[in-house]
Design a protein. Structure first.
Length: 455
């Protein structure tokens, strides 16, 4: 079901510049859609039509099947349904304090004081800015300003979030944190529409992509469909995602195979040339060993470990080598003359759901229970995904190995044989499960996963 549709939309600025030229587009409810193009392609102009800031000189934009109405009543409805976050947060943050800025929209809805406070508190907690309520926005960093701008829109509780270059000007970590906030909103049912010229972001995050060039839609489809069209990418002045470029170089050398990967996980899986027999490997001594001793080799917790040929051998040991120098149990050693194949067993992923902010968040979680769950499952890596989950991990003083790109990092760790526990906020649990199931569908070795309920 499409929540927004548009037909034959044309827009021309007063100076005669035609920014949009007879374009059609649609956005599915609950999806994440990227408007991809170079600077000047018309991306911002398109987005400004979605909340009726601009009105097309020709064509029609539909919201939930109804054409946009540009009278006072119609604009009020549109602005409550479609929230806009501008590229430069300074264009959006005008109040003296963070609290006043986030409260501005709800006040205009004529809500009660209690409801305004509830919405503002919830929005600031979700974006991790609750400690900055009395801070003047102009004293904040670029990433903090972006969070506050998003909080101001969240407080309006729109069904659709429209963001113009949401990661512009942010460092890599700031980008990852903003995307995770938006991921969490999308998991709760919000439709996300964003513009970008970052092909890597569009490739790994969007469900669908519209490529805009000189005011016209050149192509739209899923990320694999878009980036498989190398000619179109070149003609629009864009570039292929980093993983696609690297994949192409490896493919011509006979190392990678299959379709172009768009994420690190896809890229790892594309490497088809086997490296089963190695001359030298680093390993961990399972027992005291002497130089020249023959040992068996097995994969444990993502590492190569030695076993005693005369004592510990089992049917699963399919690789052997000779120790190059004396070592004690547990020490890192080098093994040479390796024969056979090292077989890796995948680790498990344990998913621990944490209530969303609206359901009480970290305050609804007993930290003693969290420690018990960790002790029972003994994960070697821990990740946290979503605001409430990160707060729980921080409150508990737990070392977090993954707090950005959590799903991909967890799967990669499990592929290396490590058991992983991921604390996940609310509706994002379904996304984690979907990603793991997708990996299992296309991978030879299946990763086992399970949800661990917090009493």
């Amino acid at each position: 079901m499409n929540i927004i549709d548009a037909q034959n939309v044309t827009y021309q600025y007063p100076d005669g510049t035609k920014a949009l030229d007879d374009i059609d587009f649609s956005f599915e409810k609950g999806s994440i859609t990227a408007i991809l193009g170079q600077n000047g392609a018309g991306k911002s102009t398109l987005l400004l039509h979605l909340n009726a800031t601009l009105r097309p000189i020709n064509g029609t934009v539909y919201l939930k099947g109804e054409p946009l109405a540009y009278d006072k009543k119609g604009l009020h409805h549109i602005r409550r349904t479609v929230g806009m976050v501008f590229q430069n947060p300074d264009d959006q943050l005008l109040a003296p304090t963070v609290l006043q800025d986030v409260a501005f929209g709800p006040k205009n809805l004529k809500l009660t004081g209690a409801e305004i406070k509830h919405r503002v508190d919830e929005a600031l907690r979700l974006v991790g800015m609750e400690a900055y309520t009395d801070k003047p926005p102009h004293f904040l960093s670029g990433g903090q300003k972006k969070r506050v701008a998003i909080a101001g829109v969240i407080a309006m509780q729109p069904e659709i979030m429209v963001l113009d270059e949401p990661t512009a000007g942010l460092d890599p970590r700031g980008c990852a944190e903003i995307i995770e906030i938006l991921d969490e909103l999308n998991a709760d049912g919000k439709t996300i529409i964003f513009s970008t010229h970052d092909v890597d972001l569009a490739a790994k995050w969007a469900d669908r992509i519209y490529v805009l060039h000189e005011g016209r839609i050149k192509k739209h489809g899923s990320p694999p469909q878009i980036f498989a069209d190398h000619t179109m990418i070149s003609e629009t002045g864009l570039r292929l995602p980093t993983f696609v470029q690297t994949f192409r170089e490896l493919k011509v050398r006979g190392i990678s195979g299959g379709d172009s990967p768009l994420t690190m996980l896809n890229f790892v899986e594309s490497v088809s040339k086997p490296f089963d027999v190695l001359k030298v490997r680093c390993a961990v001594a399972g027992t005291d060993v002497c130089a020249g001793e023959k040992v068996g080799l097995v994969m444990k917790d993502g590492m190569v470990c030695t076993t005693r040929v005369d004592i510990d051998m089992n049917a699963e040991t399919t690789a052997f080598g000779r120790v190059l120098y004396n070592a004690m149990a547990g020490e890192d050693i080098v093994v040479g003359g390796i024969t056979g194949t090292l077989t890796q067993k995948n680790g498990n992923i344990y998913i621990v759901p944490i209530p969303r902010v609206i359901e009480g968040g970290s305050r609804a979680v007993d930290l003693a229970t969290i420690f018990t769950i960790i002790a029972e499952h003994e994960p070697l890596k821990i990740g946290a995904m979503g605001t409430s989950a990160k707060v729980v991990v921080r409150k508990a003083g737990i070392h977090c190995d993954f707090d950005v790109d959590v799903i991909q990092s967890s799967i990669l760790a499990a592929v290396r044989g490590l058991n992983v526990m991921v604390f996940v906020t609310g509706g994002m649990v379904d996304r984690v499960i979907q990603k793991i199931e997708c990996h299992n569908k296309h991978s030879v070795q299946e990763i086992k996963f399970s949800s661990v309920q917090v009493p």
